[in-house]
Design a protein around this ligand. Structure first.
Ligand code: GLN
Length: 195
């Protein structure tokens, strides 16, 4: 039976756990590196990426998370979590966990409007997903191996690259479990491959 960890340093942790529980999946708040070994997939939630990034370094979680992914286990970053797994952050020299081959720009919608909602088609997931954007990052460029799953106002807001899923909105703030179910299917495929 699969176990999914939600990185629990700061941000919308409880909401992600609730959605996995709603799907009948075991999901656990992860704070320590030892806990990662028992997980089959990891969610990095929304919140404040600078704060979460600092705590990742403070708790010595950077290399353990990079190794977790290198072992073939899926990672799902939402909003601040997307910023944390991006290889490139606009106007920043250093990435936090350079995994996903994209460039993100923080607070990119913030200049026009801080927060908004939109019903989006997400490839392979849903035709009408209610997406909640809160000081959301934008994906301004994607590498060759990155699959664009959704756009809004001609801007990329959801991508997948193999075992990495990155989205700029907050799927955990609605009660729609379809994106979490999609990540779960990525985790199940990864378990099959690894066994
Ligand atoms: N603006 C936040 C950041 O840059 C992300 C916003 C969010 O996760 N809701 O970290």
């Amino acid at each position: 039976k699969e176990k999914i960890g939600v990185l629990a340093l700061q941000g919308a942790v409880r909401e992600h756990l609730n959605l996995f529980h709603k799907l009948g999946v075991e999901a656990i708040a992860v704070k320590r590196r030892e806990q990662l070994d028992e997980m089959d997939g990891l969610v990095i939630p929304g919140g404040e990426s600078t704060a979460i990034g600092k705590l990742i370094r403070q708790y010595d979680l950077r290399n353990p998370i990079m190794d977790f992914y290198a072992k073939g286990k899926p990672v799902f970053g939402t909003c601040a979590g997307l910023i944390l797994i991006a290889k490139h952050i606009a106007e920043n020299d250093e990435a936090h966990l350079p995994l996903l081959d994209v460039t993100v720009q923080r607070n990119a919608f913030g200049r026009q409007v801080d927060s908004f909602e939109a019903d989006l088609p997400i490839k392979g997931v849903a035709e009408d997903f209610r997406a909640v954007f809160i000081r959301a990052p934008l994906i301004t460029s994607v590498g060759d191996d990155v699959d664009v799953l959704s756009t809004v106002r001609d801007q990329v807001v959801a991508v997948q690259q193999g075992n990495l899923l990155g989205i700029s909105f907050h799927p955990e703030l609605t009660d729609d479990t379809r994106l979490h179910a999609y990540f779960l299917s990525m985790v199940q495929k990864a378990i099959e491959k690894l066994s």
